[in-house]
Design a protein around this ligand. Structure first.
Ligand SMILES: [Zn+2]
Length: 385
């Protein structure tokens, strides 16, 4: 038995592993008929009735017809989770700003807000976190808070081990926030948090294995293998940024020649075109537009970026064998101008015994990062608390 799955002590639902499985199945795949839930989880009808009863009585599960709380004795009515029953705050920390959303149980964003981070001193950051949590608590109490950041952190551990952007190491951030706001708080790496969104509410639904690859200021990778989000031994996984593409290529900020970051991140693409043309004013989107118009320098740089990305995706597929690769991140719209080079490289670098992995391109909105942190909090609460 786990602890209470409730915002108030008046309607506690005590969770067993079987109850968690039923609830998560309905959250991710619902609405489903009772017969379908029983079939998916290999449960007898009477066992299922017993497992769903406390959720129905506490208002977490409803009849899909939307006519109020489900009743136990109507087996033909589909069941669904009442998404409004719990709320979460997700916070994404970057070097200069904090973004936060309030979501319901279905990861739908209900509110969003942001704060500047003038410096990275913990008292200042903590103060800003407390402010946004208070602002986002106005409509009603929260079940959990999730915080994501680039760096080494996992939901199982309250400590940020390393965060190069924020200059932190061994900082017990979740403990500090939890003490300040009195809401259970978990941390995660930002790319893994985005992967959690895809796993339960996005392209990953129905797939027991997939990879999320993000392109933007950096390159990231989250992996789900056998229905589990891989966290690794120390919370460091999916570190694909410095995979070598060509040892005669451009240099990254760590001094590698021709690693993936030096080809395929938005700052690298912009810098390469702006420097070659001696046009420092060019933005990343200017560069994409020039490549789309066939400007030879921009075209070459985007073809190289697409090829590097295709090689990275092929490498991930060769190692992990995912059913699907989801391509996303702030710069994912660059795919439109480098898709041909991407797929050529993906095919060339896919192991000869396999066929190229299916790739789905997912448009990106910046609040996805904070939404990911909210889903991390939700997953941790439903699966582990
Ligand atoms: Zn590098």
């Amino acid at each position: 038995m786990g602890p209470v799955f409730s915002q108030t002590s008046s309607d506690p639902v005590r969770l067993t592993d079987a109850m968690r499985s039923v609830f998560v199945e309905l959250l991710v795949h619902g609405p489903l008929s009772r017969a379908e839930v029983a079939r998916r989880l290999a449960l007898s009808p009477s066992a299922l009735t017993k497992l769903t009863k406390p959720f129905i009585e506490a208002g977490y599960l409803l009849e899909a017809s939307g006519e109020g709380p489900a009743t136990v004795g109507r087996p033909s009515q589909p069941l669904q989770v009442d998404a409004s029953r719990m709320s979460f705050v997700g916070i994404k920390l970057t070097a200069d700003e904090l973004f936060a959303v309030r979501t319901d149980l279905s990861a739908t964003v209900r509110m969003e807000t942001s704060r500047p981070l003038a410096d990275h001193e913990i008292d200042h950051v903590l103060g800003q976190i407390v402010e946004v949590v208070e602002e986002l608590t106005v409509p009603g109490p929260l079940s959990a808070v999730g915080i994501s950041l680039a760096g080494t952190a996992t939901p199982a551990d309250p400590v940020v081990h390393t965060s190069p952007f924020l200059g932190w190491s061994q900082l017990p951030l979740a403990t500090l926030v939890e003490e300040a706001v009195s809401v259970p708080t978990v941390l995660d790496n930002d790319v893994r948090a985005l992967t959690a969104v895809q796993q339960w509410f996005g392209e990953g639904v129905g797939h027991s294995s997939f990879a999320l690859v993000t392109v933007g200021a950096g390159l990231g990778c989250g992996l789900v293998v056998g229905d589990r989000l891989v966290t690794g031994q120390s919370g460091a996984t999916g570190l694909i940024g410095h995979l070598q593409i060509d040892d005669r290529g451009p240099m990254c900020e760590r001094g590698h020649h021709g690693c993936a970051r030096a080809y395929a991140t938005s700052p690298a693409i912009r810098r390469s075109i702006a420097t070659t043309l001696d046009r420092p004013e060019l933005t990343f989107d200017d560069c994409l537009a020039m490549a789309a118009d066939g400007h030879p320098v921009a075209r070459r740089v985007l073809d190289e970026a697409g090829a590097a990305l295709g090689q990275v995706v092929a490498t991930i597929a060769n190692i992990a064998g995912p059913e699907l690769v989801v391509l996303s991140g702030e710069s994912v719209h660059m795919y439109d101008v480098c898709a041909e080079a991407f797929h050529t490289a993906l095919a060339r670098h896919t192991h000869w015994t396999s066929t190229p992995v299916r790739v789905v391109v997912k448009p990106f909105a910046f609040n996805e990062w904070a939404r990911g942190a909210a889903v991390t909090a939700l997953q941790h609460l439903l699966l582990h608390r």
